[in-house]
Design a protein around this ligand. Structure first.
Ligand code: IPM
Ligand code: MG
Length: 360
């Protein structure tokens, strides 16, 4: 079968981590007999330089017809003076909206070897296994009016019942395949959109009797996330809260560079990207951590290719490399970005050999 992937390396370290992740994807496709077709397109700052805008039409149309999209990161100081729709970030938001990927899954599972890296007590993070499901195409990021002049600026938060229902269903269904616990995070004591959010999530709970739902206010939940993270299974929350809480969750794994994400819509291609940004200060130095991008490939294999076995193989290869001390600078090591990619490819091959031997 053919599996068509559009790679959008973007800016800064996005270029390096995407190259490492594509190398891993190619290796998996090679061993699994998948006819992988990849093409590269422009997004973000490089797209602004070459086409005048952060999301060229041909990028969006290529992504729409692909099976999956792999994105590095966008943005950098060269484009920071731009505002609103001209910014690199607007390209990313346009892509998310254009693909209709409303549910952003951000799994957080600290590797046992790395628990010492977190700013928290290692005992507090050992055994953490949670997923943040962030609503991705609504709320403050997209709602209108949104404008500013020198003296006044307006952002708006809008959520419709439909928007909340569809992301809630994704989160409930995920929780039902995991430990059966869902925490919906809002600010229902202040925001009207959160009142609707809470009411709607509660109504969807009736469709998932095996899942235990609790509601939490975002301020106190932000504390719980670092105080008692082991008690958390699946979290569902609106776009802005999800953005903030998922970076906070980066503290649990020791480095933001380790976190992958999958953004899914109703059918259509999924969008896969590491949670970290373009880190311009270390761009081009072959020292960025590509594990977040590589683990995003694992999510792609699970959700877009529907091959959880291959996703698990990539995750096992990453775990094996971390066990072996294949660590980038942010993880206290000295391995370069490309070398991490090569190590994961080698670990995959070794894993495949072991599986073949066990099977024979
Ligand atoms: C993320 C990023 C983006 C967001 C930025 C780059 C627009 O922080 O994916 O979490 O806020 O969604
Ligand atoms: Mg963010």
């Amino acid at each position: 079968m053919t599996f068509a992937v559009v790679a959008l390396p973007g800016d800064g370290v996005g270029v390096e981590v995407t190259a490492a992740a594509v190398a891993v994807l190619r290796a998996v496709a090679g061993t699994a007999g998948i006819d992988l077709v990849t093409e590269e397109r422009l997004i973000g700052g490089r797209a602004i330089e070459e086409t005048g805008g952060p999301l060229p039409d041909d990028t969006l149309s290529a992504c729409r017809t692909a099976d999956a999209v792999l994105l590095g990161a966008v943005g950098g100081p060269r484009w920071d003076h731009l505002s609103g729709g001209q910014r690199c970030e607007a390209g990313l938001l346009g892509l998310r909206a254009g693909l209709g990927v409303f549910a952003n899954l951000r799994p957080v599972r600290p590797h046992p070897r790395l628990v010492g890296l977190t700013a928290l007590r290692p005992g507090a993070v050992a055994g953490v296994d949670l997923v943040v499901v962030r609503e991705l195409t609504g709320g403050a990021y997209f709602a209108r009016p949104k404008r500013r002049d020198a003296l006044r600026a307006v952002d708006t938060i809008v959520y419709t019942r439909d928007e909340v229902e569809r992301v809630a269903r994704v989160a409930f269904s995920l929780a039902s395949q995991r430990r059966g616990r869902l925490t919906s995070v809002d600010k229902a004591n202040v925001l009207a959109t959160s009142e609707l959010w809470r009411e709607t999530v509660s109504s969807i709970a009736l469709e998932f009797p095996a899942v235990t739902l609790e509601h939490a206010l975002v301020d106190s939940f932000a504390m719980r996330l670092v105080q008692r993270p082991r008690d958390i299974d699946v979290v569902v929350t609106e776009n802005l809260f999800g953005d903030i809480l998922s970076d906070e969750a980066g503290v649990l794994v020791g480095s933001l560079g380790l976190l992958p994400s999958a953004s899914l819509g109703a059918g259509g291609p999924g969008l896969y990207e590491p949670v970290h940004g373009s880190a311009p200060e270390i761009a081009g130095m072959d020292c960025a951590n590509p594990y977040g991008a590589i683990l995003s490939v694992a999510l792609m294999l699970r959700h877009s290719l529907q091959r959880p076995d291959l996703g698990a193989a990539v995750e096992a290869a990453v775990d094996a490399c971390i066990d072996d001390g294949v660590l980038t600078a942010d993880l206290g090591g000295t391995t370069g970005t490309a070398a991490v990619g090569e190590a994961v490819v080698a670990a995959l091959a070794a894993g495949a050999r072991v599986t073949a031997e066990v099977g024979s």
